[in-house]
Design a protein around this ligand. Structure first.
Ligand code: PLP
Length: 392
């Protein structure tokens, strides 16, 4: 049978990530290639208790069909938390629950993009976004991340000259670089976008995970009508629940709601109710402080090891939170060579080329520090330092 797939299926960049993950998980390999939160930090007892209570007390309602916008008490929780933590006035009706914030990427592209439309994003940028947007056949134009956020001059000329439908950015502890926008750059970006007709898609997957516990102001604060802000419980409660949300201006949310309903009617109500019950009883802020504290220790250890035991010419980012950092390789050392030799010597990293939506990369690797304990980080980084030295 010759299957006649849609053209859009061939517009997704060929990804070798699946292959990388397979290799990274071979026995004996210490992997910094993945992107998982540490499962040992999930509050299993608390979630199990909430699940039992929901099933015993509201089981039939929880197992029934529900509304597309999502469980109202959960949306109220999210809106109240925005007001308290970030000082932004958000109404529960401005929030739509989705199946993990990854679904926001798909639905946003679906409601905004015709083939050939221009989309802006950071370079390097989140691979999951590149894949989700590519299915809608846009032209992806990138702006380099420099100190403090996207290069403002390049950002301004992209907005002015190419008028992207939206610009996708991750201001807090970006994936893959770990970079955080400065407060000043957030304001600057909002000023450039104001009145331009380009929406800012602010992906806040990691905003809770600052090691110092201090929330940073969202771009949405400076550009309330021009920003869609996505969030997720994946990194702070449990990714397997697949619960995230989008907070967007009413006209955007109306279209988003149509696309969401057509895609899957609504997100898993049982999980939404269990999550809400859990959040009503657990101390989420204390839990998040603990998780961020542990990730912070792991990140600092990784940074210290890069500074102490790696050869000259190696550089790195300095994450203030999140789960990832970038290691820059000395001139002449390619990231694919480091990947291949790393696997031979028992350490896996992710080469940076796939994070470049419009080409480039090749001399940096992404390191994940959330899912390895300090012993594995010490051993893995020693192996990686040996690998880099052997390729000089
Ligand atoms: C920047 C970013 N956005 C979105 C996601 C999707 O996460 P989820 O769908 O679990 O909310 C991820 C996952 O790692 C991510 O790194």
């Amino acid at each position: 049978m010759k299957y006649r797939f849609a053209d859009r299926m061939f517009s997704v960049p060929e990804s070798f990530i699946g292959e990388l993950f397979r290799v990274s998980n071979l026995p004996g390999i210490i992997s910094f290639a993945g992107g998982l939160p540490d499962a040992s930090l999930i509050d299993l007892d608390g979630i199990a208790r909430a699940a039992r209570e929901v099933l015993e007390e509201e089981g039939r309602a929880a197992l029934q069909y529900s509304t597309t916008d999502g469980h109202l008490p959960l949306r109220e929780f999210i809106a109240a938390r925005y007001r308290r933590r970030l000082g932004i006035q958000v109404d529960p009706d401005e929030i739509q629950i989705v199946n993990g914030s990854q679904q926001c990427l798909d639905l946003t592209a679906k409601i905004f993009l015709n083939p050939g439309d221009v989309v802006g994003m950071e370079r390097p940028g989140y691979l999951g976004a590149i894949e989700a947007f590519s299915l809608y056949q846009p032209e992806i134009c990138t702006v380099p991340l420099i100190e403090g956020g996207p290069d403002p001059a390049a950002f301004a000329s992209l907005i002015r000259e190419r008028a992207p439908k939206f610009f996708y950015g991750i201001p807090n502890s970006q994936n893959p670089s770990g970079a955080t926008y400065s407060d000043e750059r957030r304001r600057e970006i909002a000023e450039i976008l104001d009145g331009s007709g380009t929406v800012f898609y602010e992906d806040d997957a990691f905003g809770d995970l600052f090691f110092d516990g201090r929330p940073r102001p969202p771009v949405k604060r400076y550009l309330p009508d021009g920003t869609m802000l996505s969030g997720s419980f994946s990194k702070i409660v449990a990714p397997g629940m697949r619960i995230g949300w989008i907070c967007a201006p009413e006209p955007v949310l109306r279209q988003f709601n149509v696309a969401k309903g057509a895609a899957d009617l609504h997100s898993n109500l049982l999980c939404q109710m269990i999550l809400h019950r859990y959040l009503s009883t657990a101390d989420l802020d204390a839990h998040v402080r603990r998780v961020a504290g542990i990730y912070g220790e792991r990140c600092r250890l990784m940074c210290d090891l890069i500074d102490d035991i790696f050869p000259p010419g190696v550089g790195r980012t300095s994450p203030e939170g999140g789960m990832f950092m970038m290691l820059f390789l000395p001139d002449g050392v390619g990231s694919m060579a480091v990947f291949r030799e790393g696997v031979r010597q028992g350490v896996a990293v992710l080469p940076d080329a796939p994070f470049h939506a419009d080409g480039g990369g090749g001399n940096a690797v992404r390191l994940n520090f959330s899912n390895a304990d300090t012993t594995s980080i010490r051993e893995g980084m020693e192996r990686l330092a040996r690998v880099v030295r052997s390729l000089l």
